[in-house]
Design a protein around this ligand. Structure first.
Ligand SMILES: Cc1cc2nc3c(=O)[nH]c(=O)nc-3n(C[C@H](O)[C@H](O)[C@H](O)COP(=O)(O)OP(=O)(O)OC[C@H]3O[C@@H](n4cnc5c(N)ncnc54)[C@H](O)[C@@H]3O)c2cc1C
Length: 396
């Protein structure tokens, strides 16, 4: 045997798994397709790495089985993530909505915690090693990979597949986990880009494009979920945290609904002005809540140059409709090139929720994004990656 376990993928889950296995005295080898470990950690949170969320619970995840992650989240909590990083000099600073970032440090420092520990434990990380297949024999798992032009193999009694999801193929994302799972007869829940910008095409495209770069605080919702955060207009459609969040719940052909003034009633605000400041232009009132460019663009639908005292009943109905019930039918999404995560993945029913071991193939484990557990924006996906890596390590 070459090691106690081979971990395929030196991303968030694989690195945490290796380090936790090291604490338990196990020796592992990591195989990583890219030229460096933790590539996605390095670009996460704009290079600052939103490494967990203070409020992480099953509520903020999409999965066919909402209860599945609870065991892992009990074994490895948010507090465990926080104190793990604190031990190695990274303390957390909350940005907003429970999102924790390294205080005064960045994503590079997060990756260094893992690479330094792997070195201390004597774990080998083999980069530019693309795993092609796993062959199960009586004496364990033979992991076949390409390194340079050569095909090589390693043998171990246990194998961890932590090859992530499909987003950002140019960074090394592969469908290896999904392909191998299917080869083993395991069901894969339909996958799709998630936390992804949405596109607008056709006659509306120009209206959105003129607003490119402007953001507005909104409530964005559909029949399944709603989020109150900023939306960002782009030259091809909509992005920003609220849109990324709802994209995970959006299906092609559906509308999304936008309340452009959440928590307030536009007609009440207009009414208040009408009694003592009737000459106020609707555009001036809107400029108090929105970027001027946005107020100007709303002139396509609303009588922005009317004084509030002169607004008719029909005007008011129209204003209420546009401000609180703005409807958008995205043409599509920006796909895996721009998605932060993948929705769907290996069916949780095929894995033990306590250990993440495959029920039908003892010794085979799946963790991280390749499993049908998809978090919201805000540090949730890393919390799942760390927790699943920890849980698997206990079994190696
Ligand atoms: C731009 C961006 C920003 C993000 N920001 C955040 C954030 O701030 N907070 C947050 O919680 N989440 C964030 N995410 C999501 C988060 O990065 C992922 O959910 C998380 O990295 C998943 O961990 P993982 O270990 O499952 O997969 P990954 O971290 O993707 O690691 C999988 C590894 O496996 C390797 N691999 C793939 N196939 C093979 C193969 N055949 N052989 C060998 N190696 C292989 C890949 O190269 C990769 O390094 C972000 C994602 C993106 C794209």
């Amino acid at each position: 045997m070459d090691a106690d376990a081979i971990i395929i993928g030196a991303g968030a889950c694989g690195l945490m798994c290796a380090v936790q296995a090291g604490y338990l005295g196990k020796r592992v080898i990591l195989l990583e397709k890219s030229d460096k470990p933790g590539a996605k950690i390095l670009i996460s949170g704009g290079g600052r790495c939103n490494y967990t969320n203070l409020f992480a619970s099953a509520e903020q995840f999409i999965s066919e089985n909402h209860h599945f992650l609870k065991s892992a989240f009990t074994q490895w909590t948010v507090e465990d993530t926080i104190s793990f990083f604190e031990t190695y000099g990274i303390s957390g600073k909350e940005k907003t909505l429970g999102q924790l970032f390294p205080d005064g440090k960045n994503a590079k420092d997060v990756v260094s915690v893992f690479t330094n520990l792997c070195e201390d434990f004597g774990h080998q990380i083999i980069c530019e090693a693309s795993v092609m297949d796993i062959v199960q024999g009586e004496d364990g798992f033979k992991i076949i990979f390409e390194k340079g032009a050569k095909q090589r193999s390693l043998l171990a009694p246990r194998v961890v597949v932590a090859t992530g999801g499909l987003p950002i193929p140019k960074m090394g994302a592969t469908d290896f986990a999904l392909r191998y799972a299917r080869q083993k007869g395991l069901r894969v829940v339909d996958t799709a880009p998630a936390l992804v910008p949405l596109t607008i095409t056709g006659k509306d495209e120009e209206w959105y494009a003129q607003l490119s770069g402007n953001s507005v605080f909104c409530e964005v919702s559909n029949d399944r979920m709603s989020f109150e955060e900023n939306i960002l207009f782009t030259h091809w459609g909509l992005s920003g945290p609220a849109v990324l969040q709802i994209s995970s719940y959006w299906r092609p052909g559906e509308f999304i609904h936008i309340d452009l003034l959440p928590g307030q009633q536009v007609l009440q605000l207009i009414d208040a002005e009408r009694t003592h400041n009737g000459k106020l232009l609707l555009s001036t009132l809107f400029n108090r809540f929105y970027p001027k460019k946005f107020s100007d663009a709303m002139g396509k639908f609303l009588p922005m140059d009317k004084q509030v005292a002169n607004l008719t009943r029909a005007d008011l109905d129209l204003i209420d409709q546009y401000i609180h019930h703005f409807k958008v039918k995205p043409a599509g999404d920006k796909g895996y090139d721009k998605a932060e995560v993948m929705r769907g993945g290996i069916d949780t029913a095929t894995l033990s929720s306590k250990t993440l071991e495959c029920k039908t193939v003892p010794g085979l484990f799946f963790g991280g994004e390749c499993v049908d557990v998809t978090g919201w924006l805000g540090g949730y996906n890393f919390q799942w990656a760390w927790a699943s890596g920890f849980v698997i390590a206990q079994q190696l």
